[in-house]
Design a protein around this ligand. Structure first.
Ligand SMILES: Cc1ncc(COP(=O)(O)O)c(C=O)c1O
Length: 313
């Protein structure tokens, strides 16, 4: 009975901006400290996960992204890297699945290097226009750690996620997690288990998928009507879209957004500080999470977003 109240009450918390949710992404799933000593690679990079990894003593090098996802071929250049943190199902933040050739290549790389791939499937429940992408973990369960989360499907406030680990890592991860942060609430876990067993979680995800698709469509329609020159990408899945901006305009658009009370982020916020222009040219853009506003405020948020976008040319 409690669940009927519990889920709708939690939904507004989906409004927390992407980067702040990511800031907590690694500790609850005990990833960072199991890697201490090795160097992890972040595709695209986000400031929050970089900070977490650095605090855990993990050096990082950037892995550039293009329209086929993370350029996994670049891994071979880094002799000291043994771990790759990727978002293969939905490249973060730009969108799109990792190209099949690169999926196979990164698993081969992990085998050859005796390394690990961390598969961060942060929004796998929300696919709209294409079939779900199979988990990379299925290609080699000994070399790929699958990471899932309730942060998008229920609420980032829950702090519940899951890892599918190779046998040889289970004890190390459990020990690290126990030492560093104690255990996730048993009550929350049991409630979630009951929610899943009862079929309620599935029904909830299906309903939210329809609602988010509708929001996504309204965002695309608003842009087509009021800012047709703005290219929007990464919309086939997930809860955010990327709006491309003219070079040099990102900062001023972000200022205008803040002035209008819109919590959007710029692509620059997700750029690994060590990545150079020769590897990945800077691109101006907005990362817009459309699950954020409550229903009654969504139309006004869309109008404000269109207002702040610079006119064509
Ligand atoms: C790239 C990425 N990974 C993971 C997560 C989820 O992290 P957590 O489960 O710690 O909230 C998010 C949430 O926004 C994300 O954007």
């Amino acid at each position: 009975m409690m669940l009927a109240v519990w889920v709708p009450l939690l939904l507004p918390f989906l409004a927390v901006p992407l980067a702040r949710r990511l800031a907590d992404a690694l500790p609850p799933r005990a990833a960072a400290w199991t890697l201490a000593g090795s160097a992890a690679v972040l595709a695209g990079g986000t400031l929050c996960s970089l900070g977490l990894l650095a605090a855990a003593g993990v050096a990082t090098v950037p892995l550039p992204i293009d329209e086929r996802g993370a350029r996994t071929g670049e891994l071979a250049r880094h002799r000291d890297v043994r771990t790759a943190l990727l978002t293969p199902a939905h490249q973060f933040p730009t969108g799109g699945p990792l190209h099949p050739g690169r999926r196979a290549a990164v698993v081969d790389w992990a085998r050859g290097r005796g390394g690990l791939v961390l598969e961060d499937d942060y929004d796998g429940e929300f696919r709209y226009d294409r079939q779900p992408v199979g988990a990379l973990q299925g290609l080699d369960p000994e070399r790929v750690v699958y990471l899932g989360s309730t942060s998008k499907s229920l609420s980032p406030a829950l702090r519940l996620g899951w890892m599918v680990l190779p046998d040889h890592l289970v004890d190390r991860v459990l020990a690290a997690k126990g030492e560093r942060e104690g255990w996730a609430s048993a009550l929350d876990q049991l409630t979630l288990a009951e929610f899943i067993d009862s079929g309620g979680y599935d029904r909830h995800v299906r309903r939210m998928r329809r609602q988010y698709r509708d929001r996504r469509d309204r965002l695309v329609a608003a842009l087509a009507a009021r800012a047709p020159h703005v290219e929007v990408s990464g919309i086939a899945a997930g809860l955010h879209a990327v709006l491309r901006l003219e070079p040099g305009t990102e900062r001023s658009v972000l200022k205008a957004a803040a002035y209008r009370g819109l919590a959007v982020e710029g692509l620059a916020d997700y750029r690994h500080p060590a990545i150079g222009e020769e590897l990945m040219p800077a691109a101006d853009g907005l990362v817009v999470g459309y699950a954020t506003p409550p229903d009654h405020a969504y139309q006004a948020a869309l109008a404000a977003l269109c207002d702040i976008l610079p006119p064509c040319g």
